[in-house]
Design a protein around this ligand. Structure first.
Ligand SMILES: C[S@@+](CC[C@H](N)C(=O)[O-])C[C@H]1O[C@@H](n2cnc3c(N)ncnc32)[C@H](O)[C@@H]1O
Length: 333
């Protein structure tokens, strides 16, 4: 395996975001929990230390599972590690759960390793695969059509210059394949006005969009929320931390529609079923306070939403209600 597997948590530690408010709202933490985004284990350890009897820790990144070996032993059979995706979390759970946590996106460890190709700041291969398998960002950048590229940048990154950037990519790759993160970042910088102080780097939105496409992040999110509804016991807690508005909108709409408010419910479900609450939303969404922001600037865009499962059986979800961005299928030319 590539350099990713050699990293240790001390190379680039990941500071858990909004863990305090999560544990406080979920108290008393007990029973069987599932952490669908293990990362450096901040949430998993937090849950075990707060009183969870057992945690199933899932991550799709094989390097994460390998790294967890270093600290997981201390928890004995209270912790099970699984390499897999949270879209299948009910299957990995193997029984009803008292809580599910999803801390979405990538970890600092992944971003800080240029070899993984997530960062436009350091040069590395244009990869971005959390699972280290499937299509890379370079495959998409070099093989998607101009229209597909523009759609990815626009729908997954809200990049207003999507067409201009897609055109520049297609022109550049006709000369030579785009294989490195800095190569792509420089090309994007050339398509946009110079960054002003306080503005994000011009490549931020495009890199987010490609990462979402490579890892099918919206498909994973919706399937993960549906799987959590199936796996949670009545009274069980769902906690989701998102890092950008597109992601948060989906979580918010899911919880609205599954708590009997807002949405119409599945058009295919009988009338009574449509309005049966499967969750009760637990208070307002939570953002990091000043003290956490001072300690961890990455918490700036994080938002925590929590809900408690009711005793109504899980039912079909109408995905058209969730404000999902338009899916972009990338076909190889
Ligand atoms: C923000 S980090 C989680 C950090 C963790 N809460 C901690 O405190 O250390 C997100 C992690 O989730 C993993 N991940 C993202 N999407 C996933 C998915 N669909 N299934 C499983 N793991 C996923 C990433 O590989 C990454 O390690």
């Amino acid at each position: 395996m590539a350099a990713a597997a050699r990293a240790t948590p001390s190379d680039s530690p990941h500071t858990p975001v909004l863990l305090g408010p999560l544990l406080e709202a979920a108290a008393p933490v007990e029973g069987r929990w599932l952490d669908g985004t293990l990362g450096a284990g901040g949430y998993t350890r937090g849950l075990l230390d707060a009183g969870a009897d057992e945690v199933i820790g899932i991550d799709r990144d094989p390097a994460v599972i390998e790294m967890a070996g270093g600290w997981a032993e201390a928890y004995g059979d209270r912790l099970q590690l699984v390499q897999g995706t949270f879209s299948d979390l009910d299957r990995h759970a193997g029984g009803p759960l008292d809580g599910v946590v999803l801390d979405l996106g990538v970890s600092s460890m992944q971003i800080d390793q240029p070899e993984r190709g997530f960062s436009f700041m350091a040069d590395g291969p244009l990869d971005m695969r959390m699972s280290q398998e499937g299509l890379t960002a370079a495959d998409i950048v070099n093989e998607a059509t101009e229209a597909e590229l523009a759609d990815i940048l626009f729908h997954y990154g809200e990049e207003r210059a999507s067409r201009r950037i897609a055109k520049a990519i297609v022109k550049a790759r006709a000369e030579a394949p785009i294989t490195r993160t800095r190569q792509l970042a420089t090309l994007i910088e050339g398509c946009l006005p110079r960054q002003k102080p306080g503005q994000s780097h011009p490549a931020t939105r495009s890199f987010q969009a490609l990462r979402i496409a490579v890892n099918d992040e919206f498909g994973e999110l919706v399937s993960g929320l549906e799987a959590a509804e199936r796996a949670l016991k009545p009274g069980g807690t769902l906690a989701v931390v998102s890092f950008h508005s597109l992601e948060d909108r989906v979580v918010k709409r899911f919880l609205q529609s599954r708590s009997g408010g807002g949405g119409r419910g599945s058009r295919h479900a009988p009338e009574i079923e449509r309005h049966t609450p499967r969750f009760h939303v637990m208070g307002k969404s939570v953002e990091a306070g000043e003290a956490e922001l001072a300690r961890n600037p990455r918490a700036r865009s994080a938002r925590l939403r929590m809900a408690r499962r009711t005793d109504a059986p899980a039912g079909p979800v109408d995905r058209s209600e969730l404000g999902l961005p338009k899916p972009v299928q990338v076909g190889r030319n």
